[in-house]
Write a protein that binds this ligand. Sequence first.
Ligand SMILES: [Zn+2]
Length: 376
Amino acid sequence: MIVRGGTIVTARGVEKADIVVNRGRIAEVGRDLEGYGQVIDAAGLHVFPGGIDSHVHFNEPGRSEWETIGDGSAALAAGGYTAFIDMPLNSLPVTTTVAAFDLKLAATRRSAKVDYGLWAGLVPGNIDQLEPLVARGAMGFKAFMCASGIDEFPPCSLDILREGMAKIAGLGSILLVHAESPALLTDPRGPRPEDFLASRPPDAEIEAIGEVISLARDTGCRTPPFRSAGNRDDLRAMLAAGEVEMVVSDHSPSTLELKQGDDFRAVWGGISGCQSTRRLLLAQDGLELPVVAAVTATRIAERFGIRDKGDIAPGFDADLWLVDLGQTDVVMRNDLLYRNRFSAHEGQRVRGRTVRTLVRGVDAGKGKPIRRGGRS
Ligand SMILES: [Zn+2]
């Protein structure tokens, strides 16, 4: 197969080139290549490496009324993503044991439309599960320092964190920490969003991050909350300057009912967004295309040690997003493929219309597991 005449976007730059694909892998990238088999005309289109969203909550098994693996992964494919790594909550059971991991893996194998990996959880009492979870293919571990919002997924004390981190480091895996110091959090004094923000002061994060850093040099990544327009603008500036390692959706859906009401304390905290991440980024002024490729694919693959994904180069999986960047639009409810079709991004400007999303050279439809280190 050959993808002919597209404008290839990688973390290294932008160039017009053909892509020769052989058995799902990229064989050659260059000008005026000889193709064989199927020809995909990409003239006038941009071709990005398929995105990898390493932070989604697809909630299966157990909370499929919030989201399903089938709908969530279809939404990802529609937005230019060819792989995801699913979080260990808010499914039921939570993914903190080998048995729960196997259940989720079976559900994902049945339904995923793009390639997939699974996070596991570090919680009090499951140290003995970490090694077999890594052996099963867990891509990394998630831990909370404060309440997670899901009772089945309790937070770790500093002692448990220390023990878990030593074990995880020894296994060559990685840990993602939700870093807020519980001692500095209070109950919101009222129902408004401002009350909620005031109950979780920035100091709680700063202290917790300091604690995690002192526990280990490599603590994984974190997602700072959007406390203010100033924070948001600072983040955008850092992103444009190439100082942000990765951008993920934290797609954490629920039913519409759980997102409604005037009491911010009672409203479900997650938002749906994984279908729009890339196109929202592409609509940002001043963000270079290679930065978008880097933060949504290349650097994520590097962080997880997925050697055959995240780039358009010989030997990599033919995970390709063909997109018409001449099209601009806004996020509209009718276009969303989530189980619950609404999003906090509705009405926001997006750029790019997905023409095709190829997973290992074929249209998205049937995912395969990804592994740290890659298949080869
Ligand atoms: Zn999350």
